[in-house]
Write a protein that binds this ligand. Sequence first.
Ligand code: SD4
Length: 332
Amino acid sequence: MKRRKFLKNSTLGSAAVLGVTPLVSCREAASPMPKPELLPGGPVAICTWDFKNATARAWEVLQEGGSALDAVEAGVMVEEADPGNQTVGLGGRPDRDGYVTLDACIMDSLGNCGSVMGLEGYVHAISVARKVMEQTPHVILVGEGASRFAREQGFPTRDLLTEASRQQWMEWKKNEDYQPVINIENHDTIGMLAMDADGALAGACTTSGLAYKMRGRVGDSPVIGAGLYVDPEVGGATATGLGEEVVRTVGSFLIVELMRQGKSPQEACEEGVRRILARKKGKPDFQIGFIALNTGGETGGYCIHPGFTYRQYDAQGHRNTPVSSYLKSSES
Ligand code: SD4
């Protein structure tokens, strides 16, 4: 049954691209259906930025027959464990008081979701968020409660502040200005969307948030509808960039709703960015990037400043896709 749904979605997706009336039933088809692996759609994983190890891991899970949910969790865990990525998990930049606090959320194809905000002392915030979804009657756990839950679930605790991030924080402290700007040099949150061979969708988003944020600050990444949204009938979207602006427009939910109204993932991401900018006067000095995936396997992305890309792994291969931007290089 699930498999049939995937085939139907893929057929609708390709029909939309070709501009022909979609075939809705296999029995009505005049010629035999093409082999599933030749259809667009199908297993696919995409993520914000060029995190090729993350999409490679997600693809591995999908190839082994794993679910989209398992794929997105395993994929983003790669970045959470990488101390070189200073915006996610281990090695994330701390808040202005020197604490590394993680935000993450996860959503499956049934609309189930889980989130942690301000989690301290645990590398894999995404797995704690998944446990919130699967093991509690709640959707969100924050701060001390989230950490206690992680401990009870048996997650190993660890100091997430690396020497490199501590040194940079000490440097930052010398400058008294608190400037919460996310530009093209200050990013790396990973949001990932995947569709498995059954056509089920899932998404995950994980971050240490805005560098040197006020203690207690939460951005868009763990907020369902803002940093991430998945609708099994339509598709999913996820965001990176200055979270305050994404929260104000409930960005990922907006993009999914725009796709529901018939926009392609690309058109929906462009409209999502335009909605944010409609409230701003002058040239925005912050970055926002959205990516989206629909149930036909089509993808898209859009951003404010040049430099944003997304990684995609599907039957056509593994590639980094540059994303067009609202501002051109000369304007940034
Ligand atoms: C936040 N959206 O906390 C996150 C930060 C981010 O790449 O995307 N960094 O606002």
